[in-house]
Design a protein around this ligand. Structure first.
Ligand code: ANZ
Length: 805
């Protein structure tokens, strides 16, 4: 017999909604904040990858709720985004309408999955109540000196008359072109807001130590921050007052410097270029504008550069050294200038051999056919000869420090965060530019500064956002002065930097209490940090680093009580197409969860997605697996439908029941959602084998555990077994350890593959002990007497295998 998923899913979803079953409680001692990375509500709707992470957190949240924790398990919408902007530009319609429509679709789809979200706490980053607080946080960053306006490069597309996001630009033969139309794209400096995340670089590094995050993600963040200790060394330009400051981690190689490289954008370039080299240099600077950093730094690409005509003096060896310009040096890292040591740096080696520049080995090595990048004693370096790297670096820096020609310096790969987007659909900046050049912050009581209602969303043609067209909105009077609003908006990352705080502040959907109130602090103390955060590995840096940065600033401001926002992080793997390829619209291999819910039911989809393998693994979709999940749920339904229950425990299932409760609980606790399902299966198999009536309490507790995975079916079975109310609000079962200790198992003993004996022993007895006991059995002793034992293998609770010769 099968159950009708269509009937029961509707019924219970209605029941949960009417009874507010998943309302966040706040009256218990323990708390669990269980969070999904909230989705961008795209027009395509939910795909089958979403439910994997969502079900995992849901299983966890459901267990915690039943374990009598206060549970915060919310969902919301990362609702500003490029597709809505593009839609508006294309159709002239309001991006808000488009977004709200998509949110409705997404929400309906989520509801069909039976996830235990508290929709009273739903948030939407594009709601003015929400971005009022985003704007307030920006103002705090500004007041702390962490936000300022700088000139920074944007991707400018003359052909489209607009600035493009990185994802709207593609590379063609190493040149940037627009995805739409294939027009040339160049880097162009524009005035933009920058957030000084680099001031928090060390804190962002240190904070990682305390977090229960996958080590791979920590490593990615560390590399992204890229702390590098070195020195800035100053080279005097020959016949000039100019100096070139280079950043180097390898002051020990100072005698091996054979040329200096300036980044093409370095301000010194034109100053140092001699007349006869000017034309070539200017041409080179133009070409560089069309290149992206990744390509410039790509070691497999041929190096290019041009000589400036100038020379500098090596501050230690006093040698004359030529100054070149080359794009493998980036202007926005350190000083944008490098002392090149071709004998010991691969990029410099490639460059020097291409342009026939001299090179000198200053580290001992036999092989002179390539750059030696290892460690060995210093040679050809006067007073440094014979020293190791550390000693030589110290000596060189000390000597130059005394002459004011060097200073120690820590550099970071991490860049300050470019925070302006030339877009309509984002948070407006809560600032005003006064005529006298001052910047004023909009009064807190006047926040939010809302996006204007308009039916004119068109490129401005100047690189500014479409907001620049709305002159009534842009030009204002402020305190009797003419003033202008900022026409850039914030990036999509802004809203997702603090949404986990928004859920705590939410008193209703998109209704928030004051973030700096006492009341808010009490709630932050209760709920922070997030206990479990699940999302894709693609957010390993940007979102997770930006959110940590804002959190640390809010901590410094006394707004939040914890140093870090997310204590435990789990990256869910992807669901691939059945042939192992990534699912994508263009390949036509996308599976729509709605179809699966229709054919197999939401409980089946939930169970299948978390049972298919470890949560972290990316695995292919399989309809066979999906059918298998459904078959098992039918088997559970039949089991309970036919079961003879008794209120008296005959103890037949004591061991398996307690063992399963223990394992399921511990496995969910450690996010092993798939193996916990296997344990539920073990219990069902045991019940099927049982001839006598089954102890009712065990069955009811099984239904409770089942409800974490298959909540609709579990509710139905809960009623079927004579109960009322929601199984989801019952108490999670506990286990009796004594029932586990007493239980025994029969161990088989095989010798060279043949069964020779059996013995009874306490469950869980260790392998060594099993082997020792087996060898004391008469029959076994006889078999192995005088023989050489080649191998002894034991499997706990099962078997001892002895191989003899
Ligand atoms: C001399 C030298 C000799 C270097 C040697 C390396 C090896 P990290 O660890 O990544 O900080 N460098 C400095 N500024 C640069 C820029 N703007 N663009 C490209 N490269 C730059 O690397 C620091 C090293 O990268 C510095 O040390 C410098 O080259 C180069 F055998 O100086 B080194």
């Amino acid at each position: 017999m099968e159950f009708s998923h269509k009937a029961i899913e509707k019924k219970w979803q209605k029941f949960w909604e009417e009874n507010n079953t998943y309302k966040t409680t706040s009256n218990k001692e323990k708390k669990a904040y269980i969070l999904d990375m909230f989705p961008y509500p795209s027009g395509a709707g939910l795909h089958v990858g979403h439910p994997k992470g969502y079900t995992a957190t849901d299983v966890f949240a459901r267990m915690r709720r039943m374990q009598q924790y206060d549970v915060l398990h919310p969902i919301g919408w990362d609702a500003f985004g490029l597709p809505a902007e593009q839609y508006a530009l294309k159709t002239g319609n309001d991006p808000r309408e488009f977004t709200n429509k998509n949110i409705i679709t997404f929400k309906n789809q989520l509801k069909k999955l039976g996830l235990s979200y508290d929709y009273n706490k739903e948030v939407n980053t594009s709601n003015p109540n929400y971005y009022k607080i985003t704007q307030w946080i920006f103002q705090q960053l500004y007041k702390k000196g962490l936000a300022e306006i700088r000139e920074a490069n944007v991707n400018w597309c003359e052909g489209l008359g607009t600035v493009l996001a990185n994802e709207e630009v593609s590379l063609e033969n190493g040149k940037m072109v627009s995805e739409v139309g294939g027009f040339e794209v160049i880097k162009k400096p524009m005035k933009q807001w920058v957030l000084k995340i680099t001031e928090y670089a060390d804190r962002l590094l240190e904070g990682l130590d305390e977090l229960d995050w996958p080590s791979s993600v920590k490593e990615i963040q560390k590399n992204w921050i890229g702390r590098s200790e070195g020195a800035i060394i100053s080279f005097d330009v020959k016949n000039s007052d100019e100096k070139i400051a280079v950043f180097t981690t390898r002051a020990d190689t100072i005698y091996g410097v054979s040329y200096i490289v300036l980044a093409p954008e370095n301000n010194l370039v034109l100053k140092l270029t001699t007349k006869e080299n000017r034309e070539k240099i200017e041409e080179y600077i133009e070409i560089t504008k069309t290149k992206v950093d990744v390509e410039r730094q790509d070691d497999s690409k041929e190096k290019t550069g041009v000589f400036t005509g100038s020379y500098v003096i090596n501050p230690i060896s006093k040698e004359e050294i030529p100054v070149w310009v080359a794009d493998y040096v980036l202007n926005d890292y350190a000083t944008g200038a490098v002392m090149a040591v071709p004998a010991h740096d691969e990029r410099d080696w490639k460059f020097a051999t291409k342009y026939n520049l001299s090179l000198k080995y200053v580290l001992e090595t036999q092989d002179k056919t390539k750059a030696f990048v290892g460690e060995s004693p210093i040679v050809n370096s006067d007073f440094l000869n014979g020293l190791n790297r550390k000693q030589a670096i110290k000596l060189v820096i000390e000597k130059l420090e005394n002459e004011n020609k060097a200073e120690r310096k820590v550099n970071y790969k991490l860049r300050d965060w470019l925070f302006s987007r030339q877009r309509f659909y984002g948070e407006p900046f809560p600032v005003i530019f006064l005529e006298d050049g001052q910047i004023a912050l909009i009064d807190e009581k006047d926040l939010p500064l809302e996006l204007p209602k308009t039916d004119y969303i068109k490129p401005s043609g100047t690189g500014e956002s479409p907001l620049a067209n709305l002159t009534d909105w842009v030009n204002i009077t402020y305190k009797n002065q003419k003033a202008k609003r900022e026409t850039n908006t914030m990036p999509q990352w802004a809203g997702s930097c603090w949404y986990y705080l928004a859920y705590i502040l939410a008193t209703g959907p998109n209704e928030f209490m004051d973030i700096k109130s006492k009341e808010a602090m009490e709630l932050f103390k209760k709920w922070l940090p997030v206990d479990l955060y699940v999302g894709g590995q693609e957010h390993a840096v940007l979102h997770l680093l930006y959110a940590r940065f804002w959190h640390q600033v809010l901590f410094d401001l006394g707004v939040v009580p914890t140093k870090e926002p997310f204590q435990k992080l789990v990256n869910q793997g992807m669901i691939l197409a059945d042939n192992g390829e990534k699912m994508s619209k263009s390949k036509g291999n996308v599976i729509n969860p709605d179809d699966i819910i229709e054919s197999h039911g939401a409980d089946t989809l939930r169970l299948y997605e978390v049972f298919m393998g470890p949560i972290e693994a990316s695995l292919p979709w399989s309809y066979k697996g999906l059918d298998g999940a459904r078959k098992w749920l039918d088997r559970v339904y039949r089991m309970i439908d036919n079961l003879d229950l008794t209120n008296e425990n005959n103890h037949n299932l004591d061991y398996v029941y307690n063992d399963v409760v223990k394992k399921v609980t511990q496995m969910i606790e450690s996010c092993k959602f798939n193996t916990a399902v296997s344990q539920l299966m073990v219990f069902v198999n045991a019940v099927y084998k049982e001839k006598a009536p089954v102890y009712k309490e065990y069955i009811l507790n099984f239904i409770k555990m089942l409800s974490a995975y298959a909540p609709h079916l579990a509710e139905e079975l809960w009623v079927k077994t004579g109960n009322s109310g929601s199984v989801c609000l019952q108490t999670w079962p506990t286990y009796d350890e004594s029932k586990l200790l007493l239980s025994t198992v029969i161990i088989a003993v095989q010798i060279n593959g043949k069964l020779r004996a059996t013995f009874e022993i306490n469950k869980g007895t260790e392998k060594d002990e099993l082997i020792a006991l087996a060898k004391q059995l008469d029959n076994v002793k006889e078999q192995i007497r005088g023989k050489e034992i080649v191998k002894e293998i034991a499997v706990i609770d099962k078997i001892v295998n002895i191989v003899i010769k």
